[in-house]
Design a protein around this ligand. Structure first.
Ligand code: GLA
Length: 742
């Protein structure tokens, strides 16, 4: 991998042999975008972008800019906008100098991808200067050798005497030469996160944004462009993902010449930043991924980078424990004795970590009170968290705890002591959601307090895991600690405060496994992944719904980050009844957990759960860290909504597991060919079926035995080949194939 600067053409070529990204210093000193896509040979500098003189007589009117400025003849959405002391907003950034070096720097105070050795990546810093104000704009690009990814962000530097306001500062802007793309976004709501929307680009502005203070269940900070013919397995796609957990914009503008501008960054509608003299402001990092191997190829680049060079710490590469969380089993209604009974039974089933969810603190018996009072509930836990944790660990199982540190109930000692810490706008109504307010995480004293109170719990009790929840959006944004001019900084400072608390806690307790959560997946984003290597994807634990949610999330997020629980039926969110085997096999393609009362399992269900956990543990490397493929996506396939299939190949290629999910039974079914992928053509595999889960026993006859990798990938598995007329055993079939390389 290399970054080459050609003096003559003034062209920078970033390439790793699979991806090329080419930009050029234009005659007027601004930066033009030349090419982004499949690798080109470095010895052929491309011609400069064509100047467009259409709308003004100056030479600033190029078609494809790298970091477009507001107010100078490019009438599209700008990448940044500054406001100077005299109220003017026109900047004229011109190339000054550049630096190319091995490795990658951190983005101060923000999550970022990283290298372990400088040789893994190369970075270009491109420094532009606005001569009149003296403001410098530094564009950072890092290209990785192993992943088809470029990490970008921007720094604004103010060496002058006068304060400058940043009114918009995107992390990434990219002008592509044509509009022949479909735009995929991940949208949804509480309990139906990661719905995949996929539509052709049209002229004009289009995209998604969050204004909730968190990335949101409604919009995930990612945007994918695929060519109309691109499938899961073939064709070009570009992915854009923002390492940020607050208000963002991910948008595309198709202009009058069919040039497609993509941008991703902090949402400028809820942002401004007072850049004082000598100040520096860093935008969050954005990651761009290119694939010419379809959407699976794109996802695997994201997965690899995020799993290995975004997530950090002891748990990054460690097999994650199978947990049991008491939430759906008891909700707020538990005693210490009940928890110990659940923990003991969990241990017998093979569970490795017991997690105590909401309701262990203050006087919290429902969701009306006590958030902020992080002291044990005296009646429920007479010997405190420490006493309970010791008793649980004495059973031979790890102990984990739920917290929601960013929140406070009006009915809490913390609120009574510090009403000013709760976010509100003076003189205005304070909106409650779930009877709670949000703490002003932009205030250092709030972070100090939370660090102390949480550290006190963590240093005394044998706690191995923390589920960090965040259960409401932010209203009446305002901080009593900021000046009138700085109020536009409120949301970003909130996010910086959350990152700061995470950074301090992960540094102080490096052995802890953190799981992020926000009413399920309302803050399941790459920013969180830097601190918490796994996240609770959705409060919806219904097996069928989970297929859709996990499938959508897998477009960007690695399987090791997707926490997936088997819960009781009828399901608490949908009232649907699905077989235990179906729920289990769906959750296998994630970090497996259970969220039910094990005392309520029938003996045969207990045996089935034991068998599931034993199987999962035996193949945990493959499930959590393997190469994951969507073979048949539930909604993006001709059998739309009726069928799904996933596959994962172990990191060393020695085994693969295929999960097949048939959602609804139908009579006189069609035979189905399922072509596998990611295998070695020349290798032979021993194929067995772990469980037929409602599929015909005949599947063993047609598929099991020694099979060639070439055969499995080209002729495929043959499913539903018999039983055309016999009655089916009900809905929600799931079947799991195990392939062992011989
Ligand atoms: C949120 C989480 C749930 C659970 C509850 C507890 O909804 O997503 O998993 O922890 O809070 O109140």
């Amino acid at each position: 991998m290399s970054i080459i600067y050609d003096e003559q053409s003034k062209q920078f070529h970033l390439t790793n042999g699979s991806l090329s990204y080419i930009i050029r210093i234009l005659e007027n000193g601004s930066i033009g975008q030349v090419y982004c896509g499949k690798a080109l040979r470095i010895e052929n500098p491309l011609p400069a972008p064509i100047p467009f003189k259409g709308f003004s007589n100056n030479d600033k009117s190029f078609a494809r800019f790298e970091y477009p400025v507001y107010g100078s003849g490019d009438f599209r959405q700008p990448a940044f906008k500054l406001r100077f002391a005299d109220g003017s907003v026109v900047a004229e950034p011109e190339y000054q100098e550049h630096r190319i070096y091995a490795g990658k720097k951190e983005v101060p105070g923000l999550p970022s991808t990283y290298t372990e050795k400088p040789s893994e990546a190369e970075t270009l810093e491109l420094e532009l200067l606005d001569n009149v104000s003296g403001v410098k704009i530094v564009l950072y690009y890092t290209i990785f050798g192993e992943y088809n990814c470029i990490a970008r962000h921007t720094a604004f530097v103010n060496p002058g005497d006068q304060t400058v306001f940043i009114e918009n500062g995107m992390s990434l802007s990219l002008d592509l030469p044509d509009p022949h793309w479909n735009m995929i976004t991940l949208t949804g709501a509480w309990a139906r996160e990661f719905e995949v929307s996929d539509a052709p680009l049209r002229p004009g502005f289009q995209g998604i944004q969050s204004m909730r203070g968190i990335s949101g269940a409604q919009t995930n900070p990612a945007l994918i462009l695929r060519r109309p013919a691109t499938t899961e397995h073939h064709g070009e796609a570009l992915g854009f993902s923002l390492l940020y957990s607050g208000n963002f914009t991910a948008a595309v503008e198709v202009d009058q010449w069919d040039i497609t501008r993509v941008m991703i960054g902090i949402n400028s509608d809820t942002f401004s930043w007072e850049l004082k003299s000598t100040g520096v402001f860093h935008t969050p990092e954005a990651v761009l991924v290119f694939s010419d191997e379809g959407l699976n190829g794109l996802s695997q680049q994201f997965h690899g980078l995020y799993r290995s060079r975004l997530a950090r710490g002891k748990w990054r590469d460690a097999e994650r424990p199978v947990l049991l969380n008491n939430w759906e089993g008891t909700y707020f209604d538990f005693t210490e004795a009940k928890i110990l009974e659940m923990a003991a039974l969990s241990r017998e089933l093979g569970v490795e970590l017991f997690v105590l969810d909401d309701g262990w603190f203050g006087k919290r018996d429902d969701d009306h009170s006590s958030l902020g009072d992080w002291f044990p509930h005296k009646t429920k836990l007479p010997e405190g968290v420490t006493g309970l944790a010791k008793k649980v660990t004495a059973l031979g199982i790890m102990f984990g705890l739920w917290i929601e540190p960013e929140m406070v109930n009006p009915d809490s000692d913390l609120f009574r002591a510090h009403p000013d810490w709760a976010v509100h706008t003076p003189e205005r109504v304070r909106t409650e959601q779930r009877y709670q307010y949000v703490l002003d995480m932009g205030r250092p004293e709030v972070i100090d307090y939370l660090f102390k109170v949480l550290s006190d719990i963590l240093k005394d009790a044998p706690i191995s895991y923390i589920k960090w929840d965040m259960n409401r959006s932010i209203t009446e944004p305002y901080s009593l600690s900021l000046s009138a001019e700085q109020q536009g900084e409120f949301f970003h400072r909130y996010v910086l405060g959350v990152y700061d608390l995470y950074a301090r806690l992960t540094a102080a307790f490096p052995d802890l496994l953190f799981e992020s959560c926000a009413s399920g997946g309302a803050r399941f984003d790459p920013g969180m992944l830097h601190y918490a290597p796994q996240g609770w994807l959705s409060d919806d634990t219904d097996g069928l719904e989970r297929i859709h949610i996990q499938d959508g999330a897998s477009l960007v997020y690695p399987i090791s980050s997707i926490s997936a629980h088997v819960s009781a039926v009828p399901n608490h969110q949908t009232a649907r009844i699905t077989p235990l085997s179906f729920r289990g096999m769906v959750a296998f393609f994630g970090v497996l957990g259970y969220e039910l009362d094990p005392a309520k399992l029938k003996p045969e269900e207990q045996e089935a759960v034991k068998k599931q956990i034993a199987f999962y543990k035996a193949h945990r490397q493959t499930f959590q860290f393997g190469s994951f493929y969507r073979l048949v996506s539930p909604l993006r396939h001709s059998l739309s909504g009726r069928f799904a299939a996933w596959m994962t190949v172990s990191p060393d290629g020695s085994e693969a597991i295929v999960g097949v999910f048939k959602i609804l039974s139908n009579p006189n079914q069609r035979p189905l060919t399922l072509k596998l992928t990611g295998l070695e053509s020349a290798a032979d595999y021993q194929v067995t079926i772990w469980e037929t889960g409602g599929f015909a026993e005949a599947d063993r006859h047609y598929n099991c035995g020694t099979r060639g990798g070439d055969e499995l990938m080209n002729a495929g598995l043959m499913l539903e080949c018999t039983d055309h007329h016999s009655p089916r055993k009900g809905d929600f079939f799931s079947e799991l194939f195990l392939l062992k390389r011989k």
